[in-house]
Design a protein around this ligand. Sequence first.
Ligand SMILES: Nc1ncnc2c1ncn2[C@@H]1O[C@H](COP(=O)(O)OP(=O)(O)OP(=O)(O)O)[C@@H](O)[C@H]1O
Ligand SMILES: [Mg+2]
Length: 273
Amino acid sequence: MEKLLIFNQKGGVGKSTSVVNIAGCLSQKKKKVLVIDIDAQCTATSYLRTIEGDCENTLFDYIIEEAAKEDVIYNISFKKWSHRAHGYIPQETNISLVPSDKRFNAEVFRKEWNDYDFFKRFFTPDLEEQFDYCIFDCPGYISSLTESALRVCDYIIVPAFADMDSLVGYSDLIDTKNRIRTETDNTGLELLGVVFTSVQGSVNRQIIAYCKDQMGVETIFKSTIRRKTIALDARIVGKPISYYKPKDTLSLDYIDLTNEFLDKIKAAKKGKK
Ligand SMILES: Nc1ncnc2c1ncn2[C@@H]1O[C@H](COP(=O)(O)OP(=O)(O)OP(=O)(O)O)[C@@H](O)[C@H]1O
Ligand SMILES: [Mg+2]
């Protein structure tokens, strides 16, 4: 299993949207994906709500209430219109979700919970076997859970808007990655690069060119995600864009991004050999 953290120490830059849409692309490629939502806002959780509605158990129940691990992992399926059945039928996916919980917002949890080895214990060999990829949806700051996830993750992908703040956010992340590599036993943590989300217009494109110039082309994904209202429609419907409108250009953007980071992972693994 490869573990990806979709992270930027900045809010509202398309992290959760990218998590769900990348999970959708990997699922369409028949890869088993575990999405773990560690943000108390529960965006990925409410996006990928189960067909029955709310998830009964969450990551919080596993950590605090001692729920069984298998009881906090939900298979995700969607409703699909069938002309033959003349009604909605379930559409199975290869996505599973560990839901987040608003209770992670509690002050005590944010400040005093410092079990940074939590995810090390969570990823037992049988869980690693069960899935090809795990994708974490994080808040826009380093919480205890983010810190715990950083210690087990292999790769970080950084969604950013094409504005001048992205340069600032990225240098914070380089510091975080270096700290994890030197202060913990996760010495192989890699930053795969910045992906610009919500790209529209020539000013955005100029900023991307400027960032490539300042940060190096290898730091920025060639694939960009365009700004489209269909991103919001897909969220309302509760499906990744590759399930909602597979032929839409936004879906193609996420497919390109997924192929590009899979190639980067392949290259990174070759380099380590
Ligand atoms: N490609 C896109 N086109 C249009 N709107 C988008 C696109 N990507 C994301 N958005 C919208 O931008 C807003 C922020 O996106 P998202 O929730 O994914 O960001 P986030 O980084 O996870 O935010 P937070 O830090 O609050 O968790 C949402 O309303 C989302 O629907
Ligand atoms: Mg989010």
